[in-house]
Design a protein around this ligand. Sequence first.
Ligand SMILES: O=C(O)CCC(=O)C(=O)O
Ligand SMILES: [Fe+2]
Length: 279
Amino acid sequence: MRAQHLRPFGLEVRDLALNRLDTHSIKAVRELICRHRVVVFRNQQMDATGFADVLMLLGEMMFTDGEIAVDGEPRLNLVTNVGRTRPPRSVFHTDTSYVARPPAFTALQAVHVPQKGGATLFSDQVRVAAKLPAATRAWLALRSIRHAWLQPDGTMAKTWHPALRRHAETGETALFLSTPERCDRISDTDDATGARVIAALYQRSIRASELYRHHWCAGDIVVWDDRLTMHRADHSAVEGERVFYRGMVLGEHPVPAQGSCADKQRNHVPELITTGMMH
Ligand SMILES: O=C(O)CCC(=O)C(=O)O
Ligand SMILES: [Fe+2]
């Protein structure tokens, strides 16, 4: 296999046909995605059904309410800028994190790559967790964040997840966050402090110098681990049609990195968080 590290993280694989993998090699592919967080598979040739079949080798698929399914392939949804008068809005987020079992992986297959622009950006939430000041980590290790989202049927989905999450397959610790609009509370913390901490953690997560920026080529399939990353599309200055097929693979119930989220002993908010010195 011809593979190359991307900067500052991620892996690019050039010569692996995903639709010809056997059960043994799919296990290796899964390990690569978990280890490198984002894997770019170049030169893939398959239709939507072939793509969904590959994703099913990684696990049970899930579909977010309100997304538009791909014509003839209900396991996938369509990501497109076609027919839009204004560029879509995209901020760093974790996909569908407001459910009890958020996705382990999301994958995009390039259908139309724009002539210019339209990259996808990724943050490394393991690195972010590792670089948190020790007091902040200790405080977060005992806390959960509430992920909330207003669903298309008008009901609010709300789920508590550990702020520091242990990856089920690699054991790594990641700061499990989504956009502040979707993270509305921190356990054992008043709302104003919670909002301030979430905003600070989010800003820390998306520092430009630490992001992997994926520039799309025809034939790309990119798979990322939603337990270890956040992502966003860069819709600024896109020229031409930007169309992807997208699929998600169900993940586990998130588990805390260490200790118990229910521990009430450490209610003191560390200085670093309250004074905004986290940046
Ligand atoms: O369009 C992109 O680059 C990413 C869109 C996105 O957020 C997703 O597919 O989950
Ligand atoms: Fe997304």
